[in-house]
Design a protein around this ligand. Structure first.
Ligand code: PLP
Length: 428
């Protein structure tokens, strides 16, 4: 495959956009080469500026769980756009998507919509701090909760890919209120709580981690956190920006039967438009302005195009009882196929997966936290990434990212991908 036009477009972009990209995860710095410029996408495929067709395992980093340009979502956006694109006044549509989301997600009464996952997590933490009247939070190394200051402490995703898990520009004053814990390590969390009595407002985590590869919680980890939070008056925040409406209708709360106090959403909930949201029971949500004292706002929050896309997406997922099983079966098929060929080619690897999330790590040890994820062999990953790209398979340009399986992928696409992995891994 040739990427001539993409290279030209990137050179032009670099002159006027830092690094040529509006989000660092789109850069190819970690794998070498230049980013691919996309022209359009449909179903499971991307079509780039050079006319190449790629099977897409990024899917806009999560939102496109039904595949690209899903017809009901596209139609909903077109119809709404004709009626005006933003009002800064309430619309009935906002109530419709809120009612459906609250019905699908366990243990929440009210939801507020924002414009990104970052805003959702930032607002959820402010609300938790206001509600508990405490300042500190616990986050886990390798978990990513968007780019707001409090979270750029040992952050995952692009923050770790580009070597700035602790970003300059975050003040020491802010950083001191974020306590860092190890994923899947309850004892570590207990120690932090004991060392900071009555000071911790919230524990925030990805209840299935997806920003250091895919790392499911080990047995009793989430239960243990729930118990600790309840015992110490700490709010448990599930950042389900990646997992919400993806691993089950009601996200990880439903999947593992654990109740969080606050839940953050993004990605799937917007159907591919810029949407985030956070939700909780009445007593917590009513602490928000205009009812309560914690301030949070947004000129474009609840935007009609975004709400129309999100509603069409949630309705489709809510009405399709088999979708999450279908996705999990495709993931299991892909995982088994990849494991078979990598083993046959004597590659050292570990795979993790759950539902429609999967990651391949080039290390023999189990990947259960940030430290074990960081052990993966990046030189092999680079060959893997560029090899797959040559075959027409697009995965994230970083070893720290999850692949997303969509409903649009066929078993032919999966077989094609497995064959590509076979071919590429023979060259390692
Ligand atoms: C993507 C992501 C975010 C940030 O969402 P943005 O819409 O990029 O701001 C937060 N938390 C998790 C778990 C994510 O995967």
């Amino acid at each position: 495959m040739r990427y001539q036009r993409s290279s030209q477009l990137f050179a032009e972009a670099e002159k006027v956009i830092p690094g040529g990209v509006n989000s660092p995860v789109r850069a190819f710095k970690a794998v070498g080469g230049t980013p691919i410029f996309v022209e359009r996408a449909k179903g499971a495929y991307l079509y780039d500026a050079d006319g190449n067709r790629l099977i897409d395992y990024i899917n806009s980093w999560g939102p496109m769980i039904l595949g690209h340009a899903f017809e009901p979502v596209v139609q909903a956006v077109i119809e709404k756009a004709k009626l005006g694109t933003s009002f800064g006044m309430p619309t009935e549509l906002e109530t419709q998507i809120a009612a459906l989301a609250v019905q699908m997600v366990p243990n929440v009464d009210k939801i507020r919509f924002v414009n990104s996952g970052t805003e959702a997590c930032m607002s959820a933490v402010r609300l938790a701090r206001g509600y508990t009247k405490r300042d500190k939070i616990i986050k886990f190394a390798g978990c990513y909760h968007g780019h707001s200051d409090s979270f750029l402490i040992q952050a995952g995703s692009g923050a770790v890919t580009f070597g700035s898990p602790n970003s300059p520009g975050v003040t020491a004053g802010t950083a001191k209120d974020t306590l860092l814990a190890t994923y899947n390590d309850l004892t570590n969390v207990e120690t932090l709580i004991k060392a900071n009595p009555n000071e911790i407002a919230a524990i925030i985590l990805e209840p299935v981690a997806g920003n250091m590869g895919c790392i499911p919680p080990q047995k009793d980890f989430l239960e243990g956190l729930r118990t600790l939070c309840t015992a110490h008056g700490i709010l448990l925040i599930f950042d389900e920006v990646m997992t919400g409406f993806r691993l089950a209708k009601g996200g990880v709360q439903e999947l593992f039967g654990i109740q969080a106090d606050l839940v953050c959403f993004g990605k799937v909930i917007g159907g591919g438009l810029p949407v985030g949201a956070f939700a909780a029971r009445n007593e917590i949500m009513d602490y928000l302005a205009p009812l309560g004292p914690v301030y949070q706002a947004g000129t474009l929050s609840g935007n009609p195009l975004a709400m129309a896309a999100g509603l069409a997406m949630l309705q489709t997922l809510n009405n399709d009882a088999a979708i999450f099983d279908r996705l999990a079966q495709k993931t299991a098929y892909l995982r088994a196929g990849i494991e078979k060929v990598l083993t046959a080619n004597q590659v050292v690897f570990t795979t993790n997966s759950i539902g429609s999330m999967i990651s391949v790590h080039f290390d023999a040890n189990p990947v259960v936290d940030f430290q074990s994820a960081a052990k993966g062999d990046n030189a092999t990953f680079k060959k893997f990434f560029h090899g797959l790209l040559q075959e027409g398979v697009y995965i994230a340009p970083s070893a720290y990212e999850t692949w997303f399986i969509t409903d649009a992928l066929t078993y032919e696409d999966l077989d094609f991908t497995i064959a590509a992995v076979d071919k590429v891994s023979k060259t390692f």
